[in-house]
Write a protein that binds this ligand. Structure first.
Ligand code: GLN
Length: 485
C-alpha cells in the first residue's frame, strides 16, 4: 500500500480495497521497522491514529468521506497538537503538551486525515540539516550517512521512506524546499499569509509559512487545499479565495514564460546539478514553454539580509521561553535571574543561542540602524527584483540547493557554510513569494531538486507546472533502496 500516492490511496479507500485501519496499521508497522535507524519521528501516536482511522472508516462507509479521509500523514513537531507532545526539536519543550491544535492541524483533521505522529526537525526550525535537533540527527533514506536537509528533515525523510503518505512542513528560509530536494520529494512553500500560522511555534514571524511535503505535486495540491485559507486568529492571514488546485493541475503549458536568473547558475553550484536543471528546462520547452534569461541583481544580499532579520525576530519570539510560563525550568533556582539564565542555557542548544545573541545585538539601540534597518532596506530591494522579473515571466526556475545531501557532521562546525545551503531558497521568503521543489535528476544516486518560484498567490500555477513535468518524467517515483517493501 505504501507504494501508492495519496491520490491512489484515496481511490483504494473509497473503493473499499483496504480500510483506513489497515492502511494506518501498515504505516505504523513501517515506522516501527524503519524509524529506529532514520530517526524521522520524535513522537508516534499509534493509539490516536487508529482511533481516527476507525472514524474515517465510518465516514467512508457512510459516504461522507472527502479526498483526505483516512489518509495517514505526519506533522512537523512545530505544529501544536492538543494532547500530543509538541517539542519543536528542543529540550526546552521536551515535555510540552499544547492545550489546542494549530489551525493547519485542525483543518487537516476536519478533512479526515489520520495523524501518525510528529516528525523530527532542527531545533526551533533553525538549521539546514536536522542536526540541531535535541532528539539527534535524521538520516537521509537515500544514504544514511547523509543529512536529509532541514529544518523539516523528519517530514522529508518520512515521506521519502514511505513511513507516511505525506507530511506538513514549515519554511522560513527554505525548510520545506531544501529537505524536499535533498530527499527527492515534492514540497511547496505557499505565499506568506496563505496558510495560518496560528498554533505554529514562531521562529521568524514575517517569514514563517506552513506547507505540504508529499510524493507528487498532485498530492501536494490535495493537502494544500485543506491547509490554505483565511484564519481570523492569525493577523497576517490573507482573506483571498483558495482556488481548486486539483482542477488546475493539467492545464497546458504552451506559452509559459520561464525566467532563469543568471545569478542562480554561478560559482558555488555543483555543475552536475546545473546539468540536471538544464535537462528539466529542455523538457519544459518540449511542453511549449519559453525560457528567458532574467536578472535578480540583489540575489547576493539574500543570505546576509536573512541572517539579520531571522535572528532579530527569533530573539524576540523566543523571549517567551523563560522557565516561568513554558517549557524547561532549571532545578533549584537561587533567584529570578538565575531561573531565567539557567533555564534558557539548559533548554536551548548552541545554534538557537547563537541566533538569539545575533538577534539581540542587531536590535540593540547602538546597532539597530547599522544592521536591522539596513537589512529591511535590503529586503525591499530583493522584493523589487522579483516584482520586475514577474513583469516579464510567469515563473522563475533554478536549483533548490547548491549541492545534494552532504555527510552528517560535514558542516556542523562551520555555521556560514551551513547558512549558504539556503542561498537559492531564502529570497522567496524575504519577498513572501511561493516556491516549490520537485525532484528532476540524481547525482551519484542522490536526488536533485528544481525550484520553481511563482508570483503572489500563484500556488495553483506552481502545482500545475510541477505536475506537468511529473506526467512526463519518473524522478518523483524513485524509492530509496531498502524502503521498497
Ligand atoms: N536553514 C535556514 C535557517 O537555518 C532556514 C530554516 C527554515 O526555513 N526554518 O534559518
Amino acid at each position: 500500500m505504501h507504494d501508492k500516492t495519496m491520490t491512489e490511496l484515496a481511490a483504494g479507500l473509497h473503493a473499499g480495497t483496504f480500510s483506513s485501519r489497515e492502511l494506518t496499521r501498515h504505516y505504523l508497522e513501517r515506522i516501527a521497522r524503519h524509524n529506529p535507524s532514520l530517526n524521522a519521528f520524535i513522537t508516534v501516536a499509534a493509539e490516536s491514529a487508529l482511533a481516527a482511522a476507525s472514524q474515517a472508516d465510518q465516514a467512508l462507509a457512510a459516504g461522507t468521506a472527502g479526498p483526505l479521509t483516512g489518509i495517514p500523514i505526519a506533522h512537523k513537531d512545530i505544529f501544536c497538537t492538543a494532547g500530543l507532545r509538541t517539542s519543536c526539536g528542543s529540550r526546552m519543550l521536551d515535555r510540552f503538551i499544547a492545550p489546542y491544535d494549530a489551525t493547519v492541524v485542525e483543518r487537516l483533521a476536519a478533512a479526515g486525515a489520520v495523524v501518525l505522529g510528529k516528525t523530527n526537525m532542527d531545533e526551533f526550525a533553525m538549521g539546514s540539516s536536522n542536526e540541531t535537533s535535541w532528539y539527534g540527527p535524521v538520516k537521509n533514506p537515500w544514504d544514511q550517512t547523509r543529512v536529509p536537509g532541514g529544518s523539516s528533515g523528519g517530514s522529508a525523510a518520512a515521506v521519502a521512506a514511505r513511513l507516511c503518505a505525506a507530511a506538513t512542513g514549515t519554511d522560513t528560509g527554505g525548510s520545506i524546499r531544501q529537505p524536499a530536494a535533498l530527499c527527492g520529494i515534492t514540497g511547496i512553500k505557499p505565499t506568506y499569509g496563505r496558510c495560518s500560522r496560528w498554533g505554529m511555534i514562531a521562529f521568524a514571524s514575517s517569514l514563517d509559512q506552513a506547507g505540504p511535503m508529499a510524493r507528487t505535486a498532485a498530492d501536494a495540491a490535495l493537502l494544500l487545499q485543506a491547509m490554505a485559507g483565511f484564519d481570523p486568529r492569525d493577523s497576517t492571514s490573507l482573506d483571498t479565495p483558495v482556488p481548486d488546485y486539483a482542477a488546475g493541475l493539467d492545464a497546458d503549458l504552451s506559452g509559459l514564460r520561464i525566467g532563469l536568473p543568471k545569478e542562480y547558475f554561478g560559482a558555488g553550484l555543483d555543475e552536475r546539478i546545473g546539468a540536471g536543471i538544464q535537462a528539466a528546462l529542455c523538457e519544459y520547452e518540449r511542453l511549449g514553454a519559453r525560457v528567458v534569461e532574467i536578472s535578480l541583481p540583489n540575489s547576493a544580499l539574500s543570505v546576509p539580509v536573512y541572517y539579520v532579520v531571522a535572528p532579530a525576530e527569533c530573539s524576540s519570539n523566543l523571549a517567551r521561553f523563560d522557565g516561568v510560563r513554558y517549557g524547561h525550568r532549571c532545578e533549584n533556582p537561587q533567584d529570578l535571574e538565575d531561573l531565567y539564565k539557567r533555564s534558557r542555557a539548559e533548554g536551548f542548544g548552541a545554534e538557537v543561542q547563537r541566533r538569539i545573541m545575533i538577534g539581540t545585538y542587531v536590535l540593540s539601540a547602538g546597532y539597530y540602524d547599522a544592521y536591522y534597518l539596513k537589512a529591511q532596506k535590503g529586503r525591499h530591494l530583493i522584493a523589487d527584483d522579483f516584482r520586475r522579473a514577474f513583469e516579464q515571466v510567469d515563473v522563475i526556475m533554478g536549483p533548490t540547493s547548491p549541492t545534494t545531501a552532504f555527510p552528517i557532521g560535514a558542516k556542523m562546525d562551520d555555521p556560514v557554510a551551513m547558512y549558504l545551503n539556503d542561498i537559492y531558497t531564502i529570497a522567496a521568503n524575504l519577498a513572501g513569494l511561493p516556491g516549490i521543489s520537485i525532484p528532476v535528476a540524481a547525482v551519484d544516486g542522490m536526488p536533485v531538486g528544481l525550484q520553481i518560484i511563482g508570483n503572489y498567490f500563484d500556488e495553483g500555477r506552481l502545482l500545475n507546472v510541477a505536475h506537468r513535468l511529473q506526467r512526463e518524467t519518473e524522478w518523483h517515483l524513485g524509492v530509496p533502496q531498502g524502503f521498497e517493501i
